[in-house]
Design a protein around this ligand. Sequence first.
Ligand code: ACO
Length: 433
Amino acid sequence: MTSKTVTLTDNATGKVIELPVHQGSHGPDCIDIRTLYKELGYFTYDPGFMSTASCSSAVTFIDGDEGTLLYRGYPIEQLAEQSTYLEVCYLLLNGDLPSSDELHNFSRIIKEHSMMHEAVRGFYDGFRHDAHPMAIMVGVVGALSAFYHDATDVHNPVHRKIAAHRLISKMPTIAAWSYKYANGQPFMYPKNRLSYTGNFLAMMFGVPTSTYEPDPIFVRALDLILILHADHEQNASTSTVRLSGSSEANPFAAISAGIASLWGPLHGGANEKVVMMLEDIVHSGKTVEEFVGRAKDKDDSFRLMGFGHRVYKNYDPRAKIIREMTHKLLAEIGGGEHDPLFEVALKLEKIALEDDYFVERKLYPNVDFYSGIILRAMGIPLNMFTVIFALARTVGWISHWNEMMQDPESRIGRPRQLYIGSKTRNYIPIEDR
Ligand code: ACO
């Protein structure tokens, strides 16, 4: 915080007010407009939060012009290369990297909470056989609030920590079971001998009749995807978790709201839509150029999925990491690089990066463009892509929720509006209308 101020003059009344300006550790300064309505009687108008900081936060920093992403100050490139998803979870939740004892203890706690109350299994049976796994996730994670409601006092830091551990721990089980349910296969229980990521793969692809050993190449690739998706400051789903949690709602219910928001194709649902789009291109018999032409046509609502980002106006740093990993993984599993879908993806990337329309608008491939391709190469079914994103992002959501709950400045979120409806009018009895 600084002593810098901004002076605002209301030209209509001549009234002058001074607003404080807050300075963060990185990023643009923020004009504190909390007294604006009281002083001048105005609201501010900012649909989509283009210029509005909704809170202060110490979790994650993004510089969209530079293409920088920091978790608790650590560059994503260093974490991707040297860390593991569970260590990143500890970092996001606690603010600092763990010692080896702390990490050992944290991993043990996460393993110990991975089973579900048996009654939770019953919720799955209520869904149609063809339910989208994201719909199941919204329902089942929300349902956890019924199991832990009395034991979760949102003002108690110990309770909040337990809720965080439960969520991170149970998410792979919930996610894998949503896949098993859709396939009519028996649910697999978590195994403590496996790593967090290996356990998820085993619960998804294992069956009781044989032993499943997760492929270490896939475990590392998936762990990296989880690291890259672990947090992304005040995006739509995180803001949803904060807003719903600001009423002191149950955290499992608030996270379920975040999952609902993530599902949208303009947010986490994009990774699924990227592969659908690439498949469309491959099977349509049309050229990549024709699809690029459609994306540029203002009369066509088609957009290139996996391109563009609200904040990154330079290359998405996560996309850079995952792009390299995609090439490596496809080479390692053999033949993947000659997959027609991947060839179309590379062509699309090249054309879009050179085309004036995309260059002028700074529309680069985002993380979802490559994560879809890599998950497909690992044999993960399309409808599980966004579920894996939700699994990874759970730690980000819960870290933000926890930060909000202990922030003395935090209040119930209650945006205002510019009302453009009818002026006051009198009710007319139905026989007179
Ligand atoms: N294809 C074609 N044109 C695009 C695309 C695209 N993918 N994205 C943006 N544009 C164009 C818009 O038409 C607009 O053009 P105009 O200035 O001539 O009107 C301009 O670029 C700016 O786009 P906005 O929609 O105003 O940008 P906004 O910041 O609101 O949207 C978003 C960002 C939603 C990510 C958008 O780029 C998009 O729809 N991308 C495709 C979906 C996607 O990949 N989502 C994943 C986001 S990353 C994540 O959630 C992990």
